[in-house]
Ligand binder design. Structure first.
Ligand code: 0PR
Length: 364
């Protein structure tokens, strides 16, 4: 008998070049399977997964520099964050908390035009105005434009690893503006967060003024889907999100979703246990080297390339060649400006990119 569609093995990652998902770490896969039916949204019933969520948040607090600012006292780190369903939930919740805390009639969120579309969802769901400001020619937000837009804002958003180009906004400069204007700064490091501790950027809670950070274990962190992260410097950020939960044994819940993925939480702990810090550092170095090599190869073929700041390479590719590569099975997507975009995720290797270049040469 043929296996049903649901029983078939997932597609191999061999030719997946533009996704931010990747092969989970083997330990993450095993951990996910053990917790498929537990619900971190009900900690009084599912105590083991609740304890694992504290561990996941403690790991993310280390990675984002929050643990250090708390003086290494990770005892009550769970009041500083939780494991979300992904970057979208984290970003919505960061906006929601800022809206609650600003307590103004017409809340405004200032974000670069490079910000992920989840901020448009947040604005729509929460009834806030999203005031987008332009990026410069190199894909980072124009700081002067933020300065001109910040005064009445409830939140400023910075992107640390943009979805289309992997660009990191000038976070210290934005944080200075935010502190002066007394507006919280949210850093979206959903994808970049597992690279940035090794890239030399100033980006996380080490920067004064950064109040919340999105960082997703289910992207570069190599946890199972779904496992996102929202971290906050001030526990009041999460308090502003909490609603009473009268018929649960716990008094309140700050997450946006109710039932949540125990598999995501357990796999985030397993992956970060296995890989933080040395495994992630090695992956960062491997991926940067590969991205740099790939960018050189493309340039050598006369193609325009956006210099990779983090391991993501956008490059000019005629539409017909793009379509031809898709027909050969390469899972490739395009930026809004029509460049092809390769995200050097852990499953992307020198071999796969060489095979891609061979196909590219044949099609040109
Ligand atoms: N913030 C940034 C900077 C992101 O790049 C993304 C996702 C998000 C937030 C939202 O995260 P979730 O998708 O976890 O809610 N960026 C990818 C994108 O939109 C998501 C993606 C992942 C798309 C895998 C395709 C895919 O196969 O392109």
């Amino acid at each position: 008998m043929q296996p049903s569609a649901a029983e078939r093995r997932p597609r191999s990652f061999d030719r997946v070049l533009s996704s931010m998902c990747t092969e989970p770490h083997p330990a993450a896969r095993r951990a996910a399977e053990r917790f498929l039916a537990s619900n971190p949204g009900d900690p009084a019933t599912y105590g083991t997964i609740a304890e694992l969520e504290r561990e996941a948040v403690a790991a993310l607090a280390e990675i984002t520099g929050l643990a250090h600012t708390l003086g290494g006292d990770a005892a009550d780190v769970s009041s500083h964050g939780y494991v979300t369903a992904g970057g979208t939930e984290s970003n919505i919740q960061a906006v929601r908390s800022a809206r609650e805390r600003a307590d103004v009639v017409d809340p405004v969120v200032v974000a670069p035009d490079s910000a992920h579309f989840s901020f448009h969802k947040a604005a729509s769901v929460l009834g806030v105005e999203l005031r987008t400001v332009p990026t410069d020619g190199d894909g980072r937000v124009d700081v002067d434009a933020v300065a001109a837009a910040i005064d009445d804002a409830a939140l400023v958003v910075a992107v640390a690893g943009s979805t289309e180009y992997g660009r990191v906004d000038p976070i210290p400069a934005l944080a200075d503006l935010a502190v002066d204007a007394d507006v919280p700064l949210h850093v979206d490091a959903a994808w970049g967060g597992f690279h940035l501790p090794f890239s030399g950027h100033d980006w996380g809670f080490a920067v004064d003024g950064v109040e919340t950070v999105t960082i997703d274990p289910h992207k570069v962190g190599r946890a199972a889907v779904p496992a996102g992260g929202l971290l906050a410097r001030d526990p009041a950020t999460l308090d502003a999100l909490a609603v009473d939960t009268p018929y649960l044994e716990t008094a309140s819940q700050a997450s946006l979703t109710g039932t949540r993925s125990g598999a995501g939480v357990a796999s985030a702990v397993a992956a970060t246990d296995a890989l933080w810090p040395d495994g992630y550092r090695r992956e960062h170095e491997r991926a940067m080297e590969l991205a740099t090599w790939f960018a050189d190869e493309l340039r050598g073929r006369g193609l325009g390339v956006v210099d990779p700041e983090l391991p993501l390479v956008a490059f000019d590719l005629p539409r017909a060649t793009f379509e031809g590569l898709r027909e050969r099975g390469w899972r490739l997507s395009r930026t809004g400006a029509d460049e092809a975009r390769v995200v050097v995720m852990p499953h992307v290797t020198r071999e796969s990119l060489s095979a891609f270049l061979d196909d590219l040469d044949e099609l040109r």
